[in-house]
Design a protein around this ligand. Structure first.
Ligand code: PLP
Length: 381
């Protein structure tokens, strides 16, 4: 049986019957464009652009024509399976206004393919990922004035696919809706630079497990993480460091992939992140950091499991140089402290001034904001 690159059998996916094409898009424009916000005062995900993309699917008819419409509420039957059984998934990527005033996406096909992977896991219909990217580009072109004029802000793109089966039966949806909304977002860190986060490492709650959905961006994963996040806050930490198994494997931090830059037990300088073994979300930034570090070829780069015991020992022996999370929202987010088994483990950041974190961040943002040419940049307009 054929499998995708994450090991899911591709035949599980719903047959799409008729695929949608970007060339068939119908557009209905807003009458008056809303006022654009000041990008420096934005709360993440609270302001939305003028238009959205909507594509309906049914098992009987396949995909309908894509529609770009004024941003609006959805009208859904109260029984739809997305609301009852979390038959839904989402993506997150950004459009950047470059120093040349052109608008770019960053490796967007990785998001499209990951969305297909999530769709297979949720038994939602498949689609042509290239056509979805073309539809998204058209939407961004129409709402291009919503891409902030800033080299730290961006336009967050949120594709969603929901099961709209109007029935209480727990079964594969025969109807679905794919939509995409756009939200201008400000800089993640202030002008003063990085502010390292603190992590609550506690095995009490588990984010993902083998055979589960941790490697998919399905909504249920995130709703189920909120209680752990609130306990982290109560414990005086900003985010959860998700552990796995008896060995307390380090997996992810909040909704970020985790990286450790250290001198490993064999005395080698190494950048290490947990492998894509089903419990790790295959982040686009994660992949890009690995690709860059391997290209630089200046230290060892590895994808392998790391336990809390190994990490604690390394911190105590002063072998951890930098510890950071990665994701589209922040790009890079340094970690300054971990609370584990009642003890605060501090990562001394003053020593080298976050050299690797800064270098990676600059390399990635240089591509995003068009400061350097790269085939990772996808030109929109
Ligand atoms: C989205 C996400 C990430 C980061 O993925 P990017 O593609 O780099 O933004 C990491 N972990 C989890 C759990 C996520 O949901």
């Amino acid at each position: 049986m054929e499998k995708d690159k994450y090991g899911i059998e591709t035949s599980i996916s719903q047959p799409a019957i008729k695929l949608f094409k970007a060339a068939d898009i119908d557009v209905e424009f807003v009458k008056v464009s809303a006022e654009k916000p000041d990008p420096n005062r934005l709360m993440f995900g609270t302001v939305f652009s003028d238009h959205m993309l909507m594509i309906h699917w049914s098992s009987a008819r396949g995909w309908e024509r894509p529609q770009i419409k004024p941003m609006q509420n959805l009208s859904l039957h109260p029984a739809v399976s997305a609301l009852h059984y979390a038959v839904e998934l989402f993506e997150g990527l950004k459009a950047f206004r470059g120093v040349d005033n052109k608008i770019r996406l960053f490796r967007p096909m990785l998001n499209m393919e990951r969305m297909l992977h999530s769709a297979r896991r949720a038994c939602l219909p498949s689609f042509d990922p290239k056509e979805l990217l073309e539809c998204i580009k058209k939407l961004v072109v129409i709402d291009r004035e919503w891409v902030p004029y800033s080299n730290t802000a961006s336009l967050y793109i949120r594709p969603v696919l929901i099961g709209t089966e109007p029935s209480l039966g727990v079964k594969i949806a025969t109807r679905a809706l794919l939509y995409v909304i756009l939200s201008p977002v400000g800089p993640y860190f202030s002008k003063e630079g990085f502010s390292p986060v603190s992590l609550w490492a506690n095995p009490k709650y588990v984010r993902a497990w083998k055979g589960g959905t941790g490697d998919c961006k399905v909504g249920g994963n995130y709703g189920a993480s909120l209680l752990a996040q609130s306990e982290a806050l109560t414990a005086g930490c900003q985010q959860v460091l998700w552990l796995y198994g008896e060995e307390h494997y380090v997996t992810e931090a909040g909704t970020m992939n985790m990286f450790i830059y250290w001198t490993n037990e064999h005395g080698e300088e190494e950048l290490v992140t947990p492998p894509l073994d089903g419990i790790i979300l295959p982040g686009v930034v994660r992949q890009s950091i690995l690709d860059l570090a391997r290209k630089w070829n200046q230290f060892k780069v590895d994808e392998r499991p790391v336990t809390m015991n190994e990490l604690v020992k390394a911190i105590q022996q002063n072998r951890v140089t930098e510890l950071f999370g990665s994701g589209t929202a922040c790009v890079m987010c340094p970690v300054g402290r971990i609370l584990y088994k009642g003890e605060n483990l501090h990562i001394p950041i003053s020593q080298n001034g976050l050299k690797l974190t800064t270098r990676l961040l600059e390399s990635l943002t240089n591509v995003q904001y068009g400061k350097v040419e790269s085939d990772w940049a996808c030109l929109v307009i």
